[in-house]
Design a protein around this ligand. Structure first.
Ligand code: PLP
Length: 380
């Protein structure tokens, strides 16, 4: 089976992990944690990085730090991985789900702008949704598949309605909008280093911010809110969310190789785009000229998605459908869904992701393309 998206571990991973094991520094204290968060902050251009156990908990903490509380609303796209929505629900807030654009599959900001203009009022310095009377505290754009929407427009909406921006940048390490890295536009950005991401620590995350106060609080909250180095005195409800040294050691080795891995991904994207253009009714995700995407996971649209999915998986090419739209999942079906044409459904019904590992070989990509061509030739 040609895998969908597996890590490439060809650098100093063994050496650094062995060092952790040899010295006993495997847990949440240790120099690799600091080094890893510094490397991610430096790469993205953020002032501070705070490592955590995964992207989901990073999104949870970021919302707490941005003042999201039970009974608030947080805006998120309807097409995202479940973790974005779970993290909103952990805070006790309810999402406002916004449909996505049919071309780039990112949150439809024109639709959102119209919705906010028609359905909110200003009360005590907050934007309140008229139908629920609840405050909308934050907006969580998701840089879906490492692609990026119109961040100028998003930041203007956030400013107008006084919304804190928390970027779900979990899929977008290596992606830039007008030369600025994702995760650095809003109050906080969160990266994931889950097994399928562009680099991986097995499981892990880093929150980035330019705000020193938020960075300090993020570290405090993720380490059980311990207020004294020696004494067991804790000054609020904290979380055991800190990344451990042995995983951060893998992260440091992965970051050292990141420029190579990113180049591989972009090469892979170029290969598929040129080889698959004009095959069947394949339609690629559109990428704005303002965006330099990391090309994390190659995904395209086709009306024959279900058939192609079966053919590829039966013929040694691992492929997957896209996320079911959030408004269709039981837990969120009663939440607000802002939509005119339900592009989310059309995207879900037609998108398929194909093998995209940073270590994918040319022969493997040729096999993927061969199988796709074979499928369309047989289904004419
Ligand atoms: C869009 C999105 N949000 C959040 C997450 C959560 O990250 P993690 O798996 O590290 O918790 C992921 C990845 O898994 C993701 O793809």
């Amino acid at each position: 089976m040609i895998p969908l998206s597996v890590p490439l571990l060809e650098g100093n991973e063994w050496k650094y992990v062995k060092e952790c094991l040899d010295t006993g520094w495997i847990s949440s204290a240790g120099s690799y944690v600091n080094q890893f968060e510094q490397m991610v902050a430096d790469y993205t251009g953020a002032k501070y990085g705070v490592a955590c156990m995964n992207g989901t908990v990073g999104l949870h903490i970021a919302q707490i730090l941005c003042g999201v509380e039970a009974g608030d609303h947080v805006i998120a796209p309807n097409i995202t991985f479940i973790a974005t929505l779970n993290a909103i629900k952990y805070t006790g807030a309810d999402p406002i789900l916004v449909d996505v654009n049919p071309g780039d599959w990112q949150m439809d900001l024109d639709l959102l702008g119209e919705f906010l203009a028609k359905n909110t009022s200003q009360k005590d310095g907050l934007t309140v949704l008229n139908s629920t009377g609840k405050a909308i505290k934050a907006i969580m754009p998701v840089h879906v598949l490492g692609n990026i929407g119109d961040l100028d427009k998003l930041m203007a909406i956030a400013e107008k309605y006084k919304l804190k921006v928390i970027e779900d940048s979990t899929e977008s390490l290596g992606s830039f909008y007008k030369g600025k890295h994702t995760g650095t536009f809003g109050e906080m950005g969160v990266f994931s280093f889950n097994g399928n991401k562009i680099i991986s620590t097995g499981g892990g995350g880093v929150m980035v911010t330019d705000n020193e106060e938020l960075a300090k609080k993020a570290k405090h909250l993720t380490t059980q809110a311990k207020a004294s180095a020696m004494e067991y005195i804790h000054d609020e409800i904290g979380y055991n969310y800190r990344l451990v040294n042995v995983l951060a050691a893998i992260g440091v080795a992965q970051m050292e190789k990141f420029p190579d891995l990113l180049r591989n991904k972009q090469k892979m994207d170029g290969f598929y785009r040129s080889e698959l253009a004009g095959i069947g009714d394949i339609e690629f995700q559109s990428v704005s000229p303002d965006v330099k995407a990391n090309c994390w996971l190659f995904t395209f649209k086709t009306s024959k998605m279900r058939g192609l999915l079966a053919h590829l998986n039966e013929n040694g090419v691992m492929s997957r459908p896209f996320w079911m739209p959030m408004n269709r999942l039981n837990m969120f079906k009663n939440d607000i869904f802002v939509s005119e044409n339900n592009h989310s459904d059309a995207i879900y019904e037609s998108c398929i992701s194909i093998p995209s590992s940073a270590g994918i070989t040319e022969e493997q990509m040729q096999e993927v393309v061969k199988q796709i061509k074979q499928f369309y030739a047989n289904t004419k």
